[in-house]
Design a binder for this molecule. Sequence first.
Ligand code: NAG
Ligand code: NAG
Length: 328
Amino acid sequence: MHLVWDLSVILQTFLICTSSAQPLTAKLDAGWWAYKDVVHGSFVPVPSFWGLVHSAWNLCAIGKKQSPIDIDTSRLIFDPYLTPLRLNTAGQKMGCTMYNTGKHVSLRPDKAHLVNISGGPLGYSYRLEEVRLHFGSEDSQGSEHLLNGQGFTGEVQLIHYNQDLYGNYTEAAKSPHGIAVVSIFMKLSENSNAFLNRMLHRDSITRINYKHDAFLLMGLNIADLYPDTTRYITYEGSITVPPCYETSTWILINKPVYVTRMQMHSLRLLSQNEPYKIFLSMSDNTRPPQPLLQRCIRTNINFNKPGRDCPNNRVLRPQYRVNQWLLK
Ligand SMILES: *[C@@H]1O[C@H](CO)[C@@H](O)[C@H](O)[C@H]1NC(C)=O
Ligand SMILES: *[C@@H]1O[C@H](CO)[C@@H](O)[C@H](O)[C@H]1NC(C)=O
């Protein structure tokens, strides 16, 4: 017994020595950040500190194309050349593993089923890597993006990487035109979206109550997650977690998906921690909005044709102007 204890002390010392001898890589503390202050325990950087604690994360503090943003619909620019987004699933249903990462509900398709998107604002083909859920402790908050200052109860982010230029997500995330995120707001209703219903059904979601829990879901069709619209808003931004690389094209779908009160309740009961640690709800896992600065937000919603699809039910004029010298 004594011997075993001694050995583990030696092993630990050895581990500490070898790890401190290595340079501090991003990998070592890739998970050392949080969305909100923890009442108990040691310091973990919240969003306002992400860019200050680690030089590899400085874009989180000094970046000029950060996400999420608050979308001011009066600043939308109608771009008639934006084509509809193309979703390619080869008609296949997929198997996915749903995880509690301690920060998000994360769904990853198995490698056998390739889903990709192209078209719209995208110049390349992007492969689906992960579906990630952000959600609030209250119904009026939980989305990362805001619309005219208003939050939604949640936001589904479909994270894709550029498969034409890069071999995997990790490489693409830090490279030009690496990432495309399709973002869909979540709203409360009596009925839920068919895809989310599979994920958030009591029999599924309660299997990932604690950090590191995983649950396999079969026969999912990603097309079920997309609302019935071709309209979207797009801008150039960043990934919304450290290291905040400015490599993401964002595509915000102009219709929400619906979840039930019960499903929101189940989400709020997920813990950020392992079962033997204190319960800390995962909800409000959102980065606050970042400054828009000089970026433009384009849309294929033609506000000249009034329709029910307008994000704020207001008819706006397109703001595209032909350069005056061209007309002379
Ligand atoms: C996109 O996905 C479809 C269906 O899985 C596949 O047939 C196609 O080759 C993919 N495109 C690229 C560029 O990989
Ligand atoms: C991703 O691709 C890079 C470059 O090709 C490679 O060095 C790295 O090992 C890959 N990472 C994973 C997780 O496969």
